[in-house]
Design a protein around this ligand. Structure first.
Ligand SMILES: *Cc1c(COP(=O)(O)O)cnc(C)c1O
Length: 425
């Protein structure tokens, strides 16, 4: 029986047998014992499944990945050391030197840097398109060597909601998958596979952990993208892997397993950006209450956004789930139960006023973080996005006056009172 998402949050991924621990055990072991070398050899050849070294796979991490996989409605998933690692693996698993990727311009600053600087050095070209671009502009971004399209359900920190269906259609028309970073929405508020996305990534550091305890990431595959129908574009999945004795991932593991098996067997083996079992255990504690916390984050954010919209010192407010927000229709379609706990806004008086306001807040702490039980705020132009020039800032939807305010789980009345006193200067 397919369970509802609330039940998946609490019980997914791990079903203990008779007399086994009720809670997911932390398997704090780098390695695993085998009776014979030939048995172990089968694992190395991917002929048998099993654990041999925690850089590649660990039972605690696998159980938590399986839970997130169930929540997203995917076919396979893996944890990574961070959201950055998840987005890097998600793209690098199918694109290499000489390839090209289309990405939304409003993506998270860290991902923008990863793509436009570091992965560019590896020979992968990115074309950034506005999430509001016309169909013609989107079409024009593709090249013969394009291997994927990338976007965020709700962009951090611009809070632009992506028209996932439109981007999925464009990607599929060109025979490539749509990769969606679903960090801000979480599968509680949006499941991108239901709208045609093929691969979903997460910074689990955010709402999934939810308590600011452990950095982590996750990649989930829908198992629906037909790599073999475009085999010439994806030789890494559709032709023999010499580093695994000529295994062809799509043949051996099917469409459901090929992508994640390759990312685990090849990329995790070689790069080792693995999540620790301790972190995975903490992440699982967060996941157990995600479906209870998300509605409260959203409720607080809607109250804060409503208050800010009516405040004379506030220049503008972006919160897609507010009925008067220009993105409300998109949010209603993709995020009917609420978007996220983050509200972006501008304080009249620009950069200086934003910094002054933030310095006066007493409950909200200034942090390079979002999506925490404790309210926090950030001035992206002087922190996460300070690598960007003004043009890139505007393209990313991050004006110099933008304050990113992440509503925690405190009383909304207290948050509003704190904001009111901080604006009184
Ligand atoms: C934070 C974040 C990341 C990066 O995740 P880390 O866990 O910090 O590496 C990627 N995408 C989005 C949308 C994020 O908010």
């Amino acid at each position: 029986m397919e369970h509802r998402i609330e039940t998946k949050c609490v019980q997914g991924g791990y079903q203990p047998g008779n007399g086994e621990p009720r809670q997911i055990p932390i398997v704090q072991s780098t390695t695993f014992k085998y009776a014979s070398s030939s048995e172990m050899g089968k694992l190395f050849d991917l002929e048998a499944s099993g654990y041999f070294y925690s850089r590649l796979q660990n039972p605690t991490c696998d159980a938590v990945a399986a839970k997130i996989c169930e929540m997203e409605g995917g076919s396979a998933a893996m944890l990574t050391s961070s959201g950055q690692a998840a987005n890097f693996f998600a793209v690098f698993n199918i694109a290499g030197c000489g390839d090209h990727v289309v990405a939304s311009s409003t993506i998270y600053g860290g991902t923008f840097n990863l793509f436009s600087v570091t992965m560019k050095k590896m020979g992968i070209d990115f074309t950034f398109v506005s999430p509001h671009c016309t169909d013609e502009e989107l079409e024009a971004a593709f090249r013969p060597n394009t291997k994927a399209v990338f976007g965020e359900t709700i962009a951090n920190p611009a809070l632009i909601v992506l028209d996932i269906e439109r981007f999925a259609k464009a990607a599929h028309a060109h025979g490539v998958p749509l990769i969606i970073d679903n960090t801000f929405a979480t599968p509680i508020n949006c499941r991108p596979f239901e709208w045609g996305a093929d691969i979903v990534t997460h910074s689990t550091t955010k709402y999934m952990d939810g308590h600011g305890s452990a950095v982590g990431g996750c990649i989930v595959d829908s198992g629906k993208f037909d790599w073999t129908a475009h085999a010439e574009k994806f030789p890494g999945l559709c032709t023999p892997d010499d580093s695994y004795h000529g295994i062809t991932y799509t043949e051996r593991f099917g469409l459901e397993g090929a992508y994640i098996t390759k990312a685990t067997a090849q990329l995790m083996r070689d790069f080792g950006c693995t999540q620790s079992p301790q972190s995975a255990f903490l992440l699982n504690l967060g996941l157990e209450s995600l479906h209870v916390r998300m509605p409260r984050h959203c409720e607080n954010a809607l109250k804060v956004a409503s208050f800010l919209r009516n405040h004379e010192k506030i220049a503008w407010v972006s919160y897609a789930s507010h009925p008067e927000d220009e993105q409300y229709e998109l949010a209603r379609k993709y995020l009917p139960n609420g978007s996220c706990g983050v509200v972006s806004f501008g304080v009249k008086g620009g950069r200086a006023a934003a910094e002054k306001f933030m310095g006066r807040l007493k409950i909200a702490a200034i942090e390079t973080h979002v999506a925490d039980a404790r309210t926090c705020c950030l001035h992206p132009a002087s922190a996460t996005h300070r690598q960007m020039n003004d043009e890139e800032l505007v393209a990313a939807g991050v004006g110099p006056d933008l304050v990113r305010y992440s509503c925690g789980l405190e009383s909304a009345d207290d948050l509003i009172a704190d904001i009111a006193q901080a604006l009184d200067f």
